[in-house]
Design a protein. Sequence first.
Length: 442
Amino acid sequence: MADADAQSRTQLRRAVLSSYLGSVIEYYDFLLYATASAVVFAKVFFSTLDPLVGTVASFGTLATGYLARPLGGVLFGHFGDRVGRKKMLVVTMVMMGTVSVLIGALPTYAQIGVWAPVLLVLLRVLQGVAVGGEWGGAVLMSAEHASSRRGLWAGFTNAGAPSGMVLSTAALAGAAAIAGEAGFLEWGWRLPFLASAVLLAVGLFVRARVEETPVFARARAEAGPAAPPLLEVLRRHPRNLLLSVGIGFGAFVAQGVLTTFVIAYAVQAGIPRATVLNALTVSSVVAVVGILGFAALSDRVGRRPVVLAGALAMTVWGFLLFPMVDSGSTALLVLGVVVGQGVVHAAMYGPLAALYTELFSTRARYTGASLGYQVAGIGAGLGPVVFAALLQGTGSALWVSVVIGACCLVTVACVIAAGETSRRGLDEVDATDADAERAAVG
């Protein structure tokens, strides 16, 4: 028994580390692409277009990744619920790392013409599909290995997002320092993408040593033939799927504001870009601690109180953030971004990994959690575009704050409707689902 407990703890540690590294790689690659879309791709891959049109086209390739994520959630969720979490996570990690390396080696428009932007879009779609399948499986590897403190262990996957942001910022800064301003545009921007190969090797080494989750193994041994996982979600968990989208939507809209929109807004307000990026880096470091702290707190007091408190606080903070930026004070900017991302958003976001896990039964959990999370995640991609249009149309950030507040209130309503999930074991969710099936047949 002691040997079995020790083995279980070892597997849990490996699963948590594997999930965290996968999330770090995911966001490292994503944010590299986002930054390169703004400063490089318009000149390298859309050089024949008007500069403004080229920038729009460059950001269009960025958006395709968001739109491809739900597809990845369904695709990898299907096989993850059928053949196992581990196998799909190896595939998604290889796919993500390979795509990033290929982007770093992609010929320019001057070298191969129109095929350069076409291949860029294709690679971005593949990256979005891989990312869409990564999160759900990574969360389940931690949550389904955990016999207790599920919120904390699953929260490490979400903590990988700000960690990846810090790492990508450091990589870009290092590449710029090595190559210089002219060299960065010519070849230096490729270095961080090519460095994904190193992260991939480390991630695969850790992930290969993790066993399949015991919860999935039990469910697979006990259950008979089942319907396709997507059909299971739509037939047995349609309410929870809709609630999962609503719960995450406010958090993702807030994330889009705090990590993307506020950069452009603060620079427009006259604050140096380097100062804004430094504030974002500090807030990302604080967010790693905040996400884990609030995820752990949700194990003690429940997921619902923590997420509710974060969503209500973000509703208020959305009205305070822009006046703080408008003040022109570096101290107030840092305070607004650090408290917003590192504390308030962390309370909304930290418990979500475990909460999504607890909304679906094992044979449809990968698909359900991935689909709900990735559809909600579109808010982070579309939010900054909508906010920019609002700001241009009204000339006031007040309406941006109103929209942020409305989205957070959607989260509040959906969290209340979902009820508390932290007290249920994952096998209990399966038992409830089986009872409902027998009652329907009877």
